[in-house]
Write a protein that binds this ligand. Structure first.
Ligand code: A2P
Length: 220
């Protein structure tokens, strides 16, 4: 008798459709270009010793691979809870399903650039209950944030920075917002841009970007 079992992938997530990836990349590039010429951005560039007059953010952030929103990093079964997640009924049932991700904000830090994903009730069924808690050691207090707070699409990383950092950077910004930190606000065309110090910028989009994506997994 043939026994077929799903082998555990590197990670599960929603993978943006190709045409949508191009649109999102374009929007991200526009965002970086807007920042580059913004007076308040230039003022806050932490450049070490020298006064940086110009910065090329598109050079600074390296884009990596296909755009997606990770639900569970399973690491071929080595990650904690990998098998449990893979075996979940809802994961099996919704594998291959297509839905729209709502990208509600864009953010950059000296380490990463990403898009915040606001998950729907249905999409939250695929979100691991401990995703925010797992970030607790990196972002103290993150475990108490609502489920799905960590959901994001990594758009680029600075040299030597791993993509897992994007979720931590987002959680850190959400923590600051929760603590009532006002930041420094600038109104720009696509929404409200807030500077939270230490090179952290957050653009809340007036119109969220709807990105069609397929729930699936990847083996490399
Ligand atoms: P992200 O979801 O922020 O983009 P890598 O290329 O390092 O193997 O990572 C593959 C994908 O899995 C990336 O999308 C990455 O981050 C995500 N990822 C890597 N490590 C973790 C982790 N420990 N927890 C959650 N997601 C991770």
């Amino acid at each position: 008798k043939l026994h077929v079992e799903m082998s555990i992938p590197l990670y599960f997530g929603w993978f943006l459709f190709y045409t949508v990836q191009d649109q999102v990349r374009e929007t991200a590039t526009k965002f970086l270009k807007t920042l580059e010429v913004l007076e308040s951005f230039k003022k806050h560039i932490i450049s070490g010793k020298e006064e940086a007059k110009e910065v090329d953010l598109e050079q600074y952030f390296k884009a990596k691979g296909t755009l997606h929103c990770t639900t569970k990093f399973t690491d071929y079964g080595k990650a904690e809870g990998a098998k449990e997640y893979t075996d979940k009924q809802v994961v099996q049932d919704l594998y291959g399903s297509v839905s729209d991700l709502s990208l509600s904000a864009l953010f950059i830090t000296p380490r990463t650039v990403g898009a915040r994903v606001s998950l729907s009730e249905d999409q939250l069924q695929l979100w691991p209950a401990d995703a925010e808690k797992e970030a607790e050691s990196e972002v103290p207090g993150a475990g108490a944030l609502p489920l799905g707070s960590r959901a994001h699409v990594t758009l680029g990383c600075a040299d030597g920075v791993q993509p897992v950092q994007t979720g931590f950077d987002l959680l850190q910004i959400i923590m600051l917002q929760k603590d009532g930190q006002q930041g420094e606000q600038v109104d720009i065309d696509p929404g409200t841009l807030t500077y939270y110090g230490e090179g952290r910028w957050y653009l809340a989009l007036k119109e969220p970007i709807s990105a069609t994506a397929c729930f699936s997994s990847i083996y490399k």
